[in-house]
Design a protein around this ligand. Structure first.
Ligand code: GCU
Length: 426
């Protein structure tokens, strides 16, 4: 995993250029959007299309042959406090296609629990020391703890527990569903060769292997035959979250009408896009998602579009490359991505030391998304100024900037659980 943060990024508020955000509530033909209905039936679709064609690319639907199997079920997990269930999704319906290994911790109560669904960065077995969790066999970045020759070893078990307070989540009545994001596509420039994008086209047709697929030196981040608006890796990861939701809809122990999609950092960008593409998700949480996620690109603060395109050429679609150093030409900005969650509850969270992700830009994007919530007569942030650290604000649109660095901490989870209950009920 590259954490590229080159020198020379702007961290000076005085250097933020003057900018005008693309209009949220004006249709492409100039018609003002003044009702919730006009948003839902017209404007939302226009914005979604811009994100598909220029930012994340187009994704297919659910593959016809997709199937799944429950591979383990332990109703006495976590000292009897939870049920641990593992499910393998064969994305193409056979074991030649990528498989997603989903792990779910279900609370004892309620019998049909609301769910927080989020990818993990290093394998299901890293989120808890629980020896019953199947060790991931997938490709892992070399520098992840306990990884040898790009594969996880027993030494990596529990290495990410600080980010996943599992006991607290289940005690609060939520199920936690998680998957290693690399199951769908390994996160590097030629990871698509071993992921879903090598096998499935945005049209939904199967993709035949191409001679050019053998080029391990390719740096474009996409198959040579990909169109500039074909899905990138974030599109593929987001699509994978919808496939997990397809499974959850059939699990009698979860309330599939109350699934919150959650993600941190690149996976926060992914969660926002999953929530935009799939309105079955009942709520969206973006944790420190930054550039290409919740922060306003036009502020040119911290990470820039050019940094994303250079360090992670596989994340976005081909068309996105033309916005390197030209954020002002983007037809959209982060306020529109957040607004695609509306009228569902959305939480944008920042960390004050995470300047690379532009915490203030994340707040300003959430604020600029509010007019859509107003059309639905739903309460937004309730403030117009960037709040003090550790002071969560808002209702249907929520925000906090917490003390500390780029990370997911217990503090964040406390806010998310309270948000889940107050917006979706107990
Ligand atoms: C890098 C990248 C960010 C991303 C982050 C992460 O820092 O530049 O855009 O959010 O990695 O996913 O951890």
């Amino acid at each position: 995993m590259c954490e590229a943060q080159p020198a020379g990024a702007n961290y000076d508020e005085a250097q933020v250029p003057a900018y005008t955000l693309p209009e949220l509530l004006k249709c492409e033909d100039g018609t003002p959007v003044t009702t919730a209905d006009a948003w839902t039936t017209r404007r939302r679709g226009e914005i979604l299309e811009q994100f598909r064609s220029q930012v994340f690319g187009r994704s297919p639907g659910r593959p016809a042959g997709m199937k799944w199997q429950v591979t383990s079920n332990d109703s006495d997990a976590l000292d009897g406090k939870a049920t641990r269930r593992e499910v393998t999704i064969d994305l193409l319906g056979d074991d030649t296609g990528p498989q997603m290994h989903v792990m779910i911790y279900l609370p004892k109560q309620p019998a049909r629990a609301p769910v927080i669904l989020g990818y993990n960065f290093m394998g299901n077995h890293t989120i808890h020391k629980d020896p019953g969790i199947t060790l991931s066999q997938a490709w892992m970045p070399a520098k992840a703890p306990g990884v040898v020759d790009n594969r996880a070893t027993e030494a990596s078990r529990g290495s990410r527990i600080s980010r996943w307070p599992v006991e607290k989540i289940v005690a609060d009545g939520f199920a936690l569903a998680t998957v290693y994001y690399g199951d769908v596509e390994p996160d590097h420039a030629t990871g698509w060769r071993d992921g879903i994008r090598a096998r499935l086209l945005p049209s939904g047709k199967l993709r035949a292997p191409q001679a050019s697929d053998a080029d391990t030196k390719s740096t474009t981040g996409a198959p040579a035959d990909a169109a500039p608006d074909d899905w990138g890796a974030i599109g593929a990861w987001a699509w994978g979250l919808s496939r997990v939701l397809d499974y959850l809809e059939t699990d009698a122990n979860v309330d599939a009408g109350r699934v919150i999609v959650f993600g941190h950092s690149r996976l926060g960008k992914t969660a926002l896009w999953a929530g935009a593409e799939d309105t079955r998700f009942a709520a969206v949480i973006s944790n420190n998602s930054g550039e290409g996620g919740a922060s306003l690109a036009r502020r040119c603060y911290g990470e820039r579009t050019a940094n994303l395109n250079k360090s992670f050429p596989h994340w976005f679609c081909g068309n996105y490359k033309q916005y390197s150093d030209h954020e002002e030409r983007l037809p959209v900005d982060a306020h529109m991505l957040i607004a695609l969650s509306a009228p569902r509850p959305v939480y944008v969270a920042s960390a004050v030391e995470d300047r690379w992700a532009d915490p203030r830009g994340e707040f300003l994007a959430a604020l600029a998304a509010e007019p859509v919530y107003r059309l639905f007569k739903l309460p937004g942030l309730g403030v117009t100024e960037w709040p003090s650290v550790d002071t969560p604000v808002g209702q249907q649109v929520r925000y906090h900037v917490r003390t500390g660095k780029h990370d997911v901490l217990e503090y964040d989870w406390e806010q998310y659980l309270a948000f889940g209950h107050s917006t979706l009920g107990r």
